[in-house]
Design a protein around this ligand. Structure first.
Ligand code: GDP
Length: 451
């Protein structure tokens, strides 16, 4: 890490300003070679005006402002300099090339952030939050990522981590006196503390369902027979005419998608080909695609034509589903409308009557979707947002479950202590302590250049 690195921190293309970031032991030197008369280095953390020149030919590149800050209280924990130029593609390329000629090397994607992590300027959950914040698809997702960026995951789990440290210490102390059993009151207290910590970890573990939905968005798949009103419902929910609505059955053959948001959760609605007994070949392929989409759905909306008598055995049309199914009885504006019986292995989670044509019942449907997508998670508690975080908390919970079972069946304290230590290590890995190099590399390799 003795290299000095540089990269464009802003996207290339016409813009008012563009920024070249430099980090490493030679940052001040590189800056002085590109902007020879700059006063930035002698006045750290203050903006200075300057003229950037090609370090070899001396050609003027741009009028710039620069800022310099010495280690360790910087974003990367190293000496850092920034050159703000006029954001044209050619100007910015020339500025970057100048810093490379002056002794910096081009940074790898995520290298600024991985240096920040290596210098203890942020933990891994904060690094993950950076990318989540940049890629957030809704205000709520962005707010959650911003909370994580300021260390909410580490702070939110600090009590659990400390509790595990205490429990491990108590168990290990008892190991020093192998002939004596833990005194009964102490054993009861330990068991209680372990059970409480496990309970809280389970809640955090389960928060991933919401966190994942907030970050990646939820898939709401609209299915049902042809002509039930699926496309009309998609257009209603998406508030735009995305899908073709027609009385001819079999109009939607490929999947039509539309983006939306439900109470801060980004969602993708997928309108799928309708099921019918003897579809044409191309329609059959559409139906297969519907089935695949259903298997990845967060919620399925089964649209039923309430004005049509045909009772259908839905089991023969739908693949086995692990997501909740809302039975949406459509066309409640029609005189012959009735809520039709539905046979499904687990039954629908909910039944609602709507008119996609007139908009009746859409608000209630959206409220139900919101409840299902938010789940039980309290929005102010720790919400896990990456598969890595989820995996580690899951591992911690499994180790504690084992430890608690061992404690309850009077197994040796040594075994319980090993499980508690394992849980504690899994939590520590969450913020990056003892994380393997390849895990760390994997996280930072997903970053963009200049980050
Ligand atoms: P899909 O094949 O399931 O996608 O159904 P469409 O959305 O294309 O609708 C099929 C037909 O039903 C069209 O003629 C729609 O205008 C009509 N339709 C859809 N929803 C309603 C509704 O709520 N009430 C009435 N009366 N007609 C509807």
């Amino acid at each position: 890490m003795t290299d000095t690195i540089a990269a464009l921190a802003t996207r290339s293309g016409a813009a008012a300003i563009g920024i070249v970031r430099i980090s490493g032991p030679r940052a001040a030197d590189v800056l002085r070679r590109v902007v020879p008369k700059t006063r930035a280095v002698s006045r750290p953390r203050r903006i200075s005006f300057g003229r950037a020149h090609h370090p070899e030919s001396g050609t003027l590149i741009d009028e710039v402002v620069c800022v310099y800050a010495p280690a360790p209280h910087t974003a990367t924990g190293e000496d850092v300099a920034e050159i703000h130029g006029h954001g044209g593609t050619l100007v910015m390329r020339a500025l970057l090339d100048a810093t490379l000629l002056a002794g910096a090397r081009l940074a790898h994607p995520g290298e600024f952030s991985s240096r920040a992590f290596a210098h203890g300027r942020m933990d891994l959950t904060q690094a993950e939050a950076l990318m989540a914040l940049i890629g957030a698809r809704s205000d709520k997702a962005a707010r959650l990522a911003a909370r994580h960026l300021s260390g909410a995951v580490g702070q939110g789990l600090a009590d659990e981590y400390d509790a595990l440290t205490d429990i491990a210490a108590a168990l290990e102390a008892s190991l020093d006196f192998p002939d004596e059993d833990l005194p009964a009151p102490q054993a009861t207290q330990l068991r209680q503390r372990l059970a409480d910590t496990l309970g809280r970890l389970r809640t955090v573990r389960d928060s991933y369902q919401l966190g994942d939905r907030l970050m990646r968005g939820a898939a709401i798949v609209i299915c049902g027979k042809t002509n039930a009103g699926k496309s009309s419902l998609l257009n209603r929910l998406a508030r735009e005419d995305r899908a073709l609505v027609d009385e001819t059955p079999g109009t939607t053959r490929d999947i039509v998608t539309a983006s939306g948001e439900i109470d801060g959760i980004p969602v993708t609605y997928l309108d799928t080909a309708g099921f019918r007994a003897s579809p044409e070949r191309i329609e059959q392929r559409g139906i297969e695609k519907s089935q695949q989409a259903l298997q990845r759905a967060d919620v399925a909306l089964l649209v039923i034509d309430g004005a049509d008598d045909a009772v259908t055995n839905w089991q023969s049309y739908l693949p086995p589903l692990s997501c909740p199914v809302i039975a949406v009885h459509n066309k409640c504006d029609q005189p012959g409308f009735a809520v039709r019986p539905i046979s499904l292995p687990d039954g629908p989670s909910l039944s609602l009557s709507i008119s996609a044509l007139e908009g009746t019942g859409i608000g209630a449907l959206e409220a139900a979707l919101s409840r299902m997508l938010q789940g039980e998670t309290d929005a102010s508690s720790v919400i896990l947002t990456t598969a890595r975080q989820h995996q580690l908390v899951k591992e911690a919970a499994v180790a504690l479950e084992r430890g608690l079972a061992a404690l309850r069946s009077d197994m040796p304290a040594e075994l319980v202590a090993a499980d508690v230590r394992e849980a504690r290590e899994a939590l520590a890995e969450l913020w990056g302590r003892h994380a393997e190099g390849d895990v760390i590399d994997r996280i930072f390799s997903t970053f963009c250049l200049g980050k």
